[in-house]
Structure formats: structure tokens, C-alpha cells
Design a protein around this ligand. Structure first.
Ligand SMILES: C[S@@+](CC[C@H](N)C(=O)[O-])C[C@H]1O[C@@H](n2cnc3c(N)ncnc32)[C@H](O)[C@@H]1O
Length: 317
């Protein structure tokens, strides 16, 4: 189960009254989500829903997000699709999913399409998530102290992953040498990219980071900004943020990449899309380059392209 939903479920179990209508609806939604792929329509009485919702609406959302982002929503995702896309109905003043989707399909410019994609992506991330990857990356940097270091974080979400990569580079190469270190961080979701570029986080989001790292790489907010931290300029200036859709044909790289972090995104794609993206990553990475993937992502079918070099670390053949 994608983690953001697991987190949402954990929050659902907070002690509010089990007998309130809101609570009962939450429990039914939870049942609908946790029942998994074979699950049928969410068990919500029409009268409890804010907007009219039919199985055809779900099918349309499913087809549209798959075509736009490669994201595969299995039938257990109906409650999630309802609640996420309902935000767009509220924003745009539509009363029925049917009307919103008709209107969306008539949009020529990308603005609402981008919002539609933004609400359907799952953006959970953390600093130094899957820490063993950063140890492998540090060892690779130590073997290549002079560079060039062509690194891409291709599902960067709100920035914790690319900033963790830069921290690792500074710690391994030293501040002087790492001043030349640059990476591209991209995502399909325009809103998370804005937040990533701002580099502002809640202090409690940094738990697990050592005092030394906090001190070296973050500035603490004061007064109105108390409880917030901002990444230091040395991190921010090393990252170029771009909006890149992994299923688009055009990726903006002219030279072969050395290292790609493609973590916890392919899990949302169907196997055909995964294979296509892996083939394109293979073409984009130089032979011997590294591909880091998420903890639940295994590409044993792609042995012709990548060989496993460690826990969820692949080498490009
Ligand atoms: C769960 S987050 C993973 C963040 C980070 N890589 C990590 O492992 O902590 C998945 C990210 O993939 C992005 N994403 C989903 N589909 C995408 C696509 N077609 N192209 C690029 N990014 C995509 C989402 O917007 C989201 O920010």
C-alpha cells in the first residue's frame, strides 16, 4: 500500500468518536481502501457523499491519469480517487464528477490538467529515506572525487531526496570540491516542486537527522517562522528543479547520466509503463552508472538492462 495512505489510515485511528457520522464514513472508506485490488465500489451511501459519483466516473479518472502520468489506479482506489478529485470540484465549482470530467476534457491549456495530476500523485518522502542508498552513493562519490557527477532525482517530490543527495556530496567530497556538484531534481507534480525549491520544512519533519546535519545544512526560523527550518543556500544552489513527466518522450539530458534516483514512483505504474521507463533510463544512463529504486520495487524482468548490485541498487549494463 502506498505509504501516504498508510499514514492517513494511521491518523484515522485517532480517538474521535466512533459513532459520529464522519467517523463512520472514515471507517467505511478505510475498509474500502484496505480491502485491496479486488475491492468493489467504496461503500459510501450516495446521501453521504458531497458529490454525485458513479463507477463510470472512476473509470474515466483511471483512464485519464494513466494516460497523463502512467499512474495505475486499481479498483481499490475508488475512495482515494473520490476524495482527491473532489478537491478539484470544490475549487472549480462543479457539483458532479461527470460535469467536472467533461469540462476537464474540454480544457485546451494545461492548468487544470496539471491540478488534476497534482491531486492524484502521492508525495510521501523523507530526508535520507532508505539510508543505505546514501551510503552506496557516498562510496561512489569517493571513487569519483573529481567528477563529473551527472545525477538525477527523477521523482523528487518536496525536495527531501535531492537535498539528502547534496548533503551526502558535501560530506563526502568536502565543501570546496562539492561546490561544483549539481543535480537535476524533477517531478510531474508542479506544487511539490514549488515547495522543494523553497526548501522550507517543519522542524518535526527533520527528526532522525543528526544535530550536526541540522546545524550544518539548515537555518532555524525565528518569531513568525518558529518551528520551521530552511535549507542553506549551499544545498539550494546545487539543485536545478524541473518539471519532467517520466512517461513523456522528451527528457532534457544531452549527456549520459551517472546516477539516477528513481525511488518509490515506478510502484504506481503498470508493468508495461515500468518497462518503457526502464528502457529509457537505460538509454539515459551511461554503462556502469547506478540506478537507485524504492524498497518495494524489483525489476528482475529487466536483467537485460540492469544488474542488481545491492539492496535496490542497480548497475546499468
Ligand atoms: C512517493 S513519492 C517518492 C519521492 C521520493 N523519490 C522518495 O522516494 O522519497 C512519488 C513521486 O513520484 C511523482 N510522480 C508520479 N508519477 C510521475 C511521473 N509520471 N513522472 C514524474 N514523477 C511522477 C509524484 O508526484 C511523487 O512526488
Amino acid at each position: 500500500m502506498p505509504e501516504q495512505e498508510a499514514a492517513a489510515l494511521a491518523m484515522d485511528s485517532a480517538p474521535d468518536s466512533a459513532s459520529s457520522p464522519k467517523r463512520r464514513a472514515a471507517l467505511r472508506r478505510r475498509a474500502a481502501i484496505s480491502a485491496g485490488p479486488s475491492d468493489a465500489a467504496p461503500d459510501m451511501a450516495t446521501s453521504e457523499r458531497e458529490f454525485q459519483w458513479t463507477p463510470e466516473d472512476f473509470e474515466r479518472i483511471r483512464a485519464l491519469i494513466h494516460a497523463r502520468a502512467g499512474i495505475h489506479l486499481h479498483s481499490g482506489k475508488q475512495a482515494m480517487a473520490y476524495s482527491r478529485v473532489a478537491r478539484r470540484l470544490r475549487e472549480t465549482g462543479h457539483k458532479r464528477f461527470h460535469d467536472y470530467l467533461n469540462w476537464l476534457e474540454r480544457q485546451d491549456d494545461d492548468a487544470e490538467w496539471q491540478e488534476f495530476v497534482n491531486v492524484l500523485t502521492t508525495n510521501l518522502t523523507a530526508f535520507f529515506r532508505e539510508p543505505h542508498h546514501f551510503e552506496v552513493f557516498a562510496a561512489w562519490l569517493a571513487q569519483h572525487p573529481e567528477g563529473p557527477w551527472r545525477v538525477w532525482s527523477c521523482a523528487a517530490s518536496t525536495g527531501e531526496e535531492p537535498y539528502s543527495i547534496v548533503m551526502t556530496a558535501i560530506e563526502t567530497l568536502g565543501a570546496h570540491q562539492a561546490a561544483r556538484f549539481r543535480l537535476v531534481a524533477s517531478d510531474i507534480d508542479s506544487r511539490v516542486l514549488e515547495r522543494a525549491a523553497q526548501g522550507v520544512y517543519r522542524v518535526d519533519h527533520l527528526k532522525g537527522l543528526s544535530e550536526e546535519r541540522l546545524h550544518r545544512f539548515f537555518l532555524r526560523g525565528t518569531e513568525a517562522n518558529a518551528g520551521l527550518v530552511r535549507v542553506r543556500q549551499s544545498l539550494q544552489q546545487a539543485v536545478e528543479f524541473l518539471r519532467i513527466n517520466l512517461i513523456d518522450e522528451a527528457w532534457p539530458f544531452r549527456q549520459p547520466l551517472d546516477v539516477v534516483f528513481c525511488r518509490n514512483v515506478m510502484i504506481y505504474f503498470d508493468p508495461v509503463t515500468q518497462r518503457r521507463v526502464l528502457e529509457r533510463l537505460h538509454a539515459a544512463i551511461r554503462p556502469g552508472g547506478l540506478l537507485f529504486v524504492g524498497h518495494a520495487e524489483h525489476f528482475s524482468d529487466a536483467r537485460d538492462l540492469f544488474v542488481l548490485r545491492g539492496k535496490t541498487v542497480y548497475e546499468r549494463l
